[in-house]
Design a protein around this ligand. Structure first.
Ligand code: TRP
Length: 337
């Protein structure tokens, strides 16, 4: 983010969101959350995207709980809610309002190509609802409302940021420069953490418990899950995602959490066995997550604190979003009062 220092006039805007749809995993943490703290000199908004979560049936009480929990986790991961706008999507009506307008600027064919839609509709064949289909339009609205420059996401969300850019460019080409065109920000190392049991698949909070590590997992669960993580039978510690997906995934976790290059990570384990690799990964994961869990427990215990943060930040977000939304309404020809 060095360009910013050269141009102090315009601070960059960073926007990202995570769905409160289940346990936040080590994969979400490494792919997204951990990177959120890197943008010191930008205006950052981190949203709990609860409306997106409704595309799949939810238990209402659980959803409410997970929404608050995710907001607390953002803060516990080191995002100061005074410096970063941490808020909940449904508290800012502008998201759903812009989504309607942008739905009218998005083609069925474009949405049909989205791999997440294809995956999710295969997985929830009994509930292929219109919200699941237009999910990327709501995501585009999230991003475009704040004139966002950078969107830190895991690599699986790149396609959604691309369709967001296409929609924004289409709109701008008709109405002038209404939206900033955002760029995805995908961290090079460890953007994608795989399942501990089926290392050819992404680590996912909607898969069975033993396949992922949750950021809030107890230390004994973390130890057990890593101990049981699938490796292979050749016994050699080497980074080779194609032929050795399990071992490579463990090495990725280790190298990212230790901020160490892959070469150095592998070199440090030369001559050792998989037991030692798993032990090293376990220590690194615990060292990373334990302080987060401690802070999380403090935050979640203070209900007033969290609801004040969410309220204040929702007002701030609505103020910023309102500026873009009013401009859009005017441009498309909606009558102003
Ligand atoms: N679709 C994202 C995911 O599932 C979550 C999301 C919603 C998001 N809106 C966003 C991410 C805006 C970045 C920016 O991971």
């Amino acid at each position: 983010m060095s360009e910013q220092n050269q141009n102090p006039e315009k601070r960059k805007v960073v926007f990202s969101g995570i769905q409160p749809s289940g346990n936040i995993t080590l994969g979400n943490y490494i792919g997204a959350l951990r990177n959120f703290t890197r943008f010191d000199d930008a205006d950052c908004l981190y949203c709990v995207v609860d409306l997106h979560t409704l595309t799949v049936r939810q238990n209402p009480a659980d959803l409410r709980k997970r929404t608050a929990s995710l907001a607390a986790l953002y803060i516990a991961c080191g995002l100061d809610p005074e410096e970063n706008c941490i808020y909940c999507q449904s508290h800012v009506p502008a998201h759903a309002e812009l989504a309607w307008i942008l739905n009218c600027f998005t083609y069925m064919g474009e949405l049909n190509r989205m791999t997440q839609f294809k995956d999710k509709s295969a997985k929830h064949a009994d509930n292929i609802n219109a919200g699941l289909f237009t999910y990327p339009v709501l995501m585009a609205s999230d991003i475009l409302l704040y004139q966002t420059d950078l969107v830190p996401v895991g690599v699986d969300q790149k396609q959604h940021v691309e369709i967001c850019r296409d929609i924004a460019q289409r709109f701008n080409s008709i109405y002038g420069d209404v939206f900033t065109i955002p760029e995805p920000f995908i961290s090079k190392s460890g953007a994608k953490i795989m399942s501990l049991q089926e290392p050819a698949r992404k680590m996912s909070k909607s898969d069975p418990d033993e396949t992922f590590i949750a950021v809030l997992d107890k230390p004994e669960d973390i130890r057990r899950k890593l101990k049981r993580a699938v490796t292979d039978s050749d016994g050699e510690i080497r980074y080779d995602p194609e032929n050795k997906p399990g071992v490579s995934n463990l090495l990725t976790i280790l190298s990212v959490l230790k901020n160490q290059s892959m070469d150095d990570t592998v070199a440090a384990l030369q001559g050792l066995g998989y037991g030692a690799l798993k032990e090293a990964v376990t220590e690194a994961v615990l060292a990373e997550l334990t302080p987060i869990q401690t802070r999380y427990n403090e935050i979640i215990a203070d209900k007033d604190y969290l609801s004040n943060v969410l309220k204040r930040n929702a007002e701030k977000a609505q103020y910023l979003a309102g500026k873009t939304l009013r401009k859009v309404y005017r441009k498309v020809g909606l009558l102003q009062l």
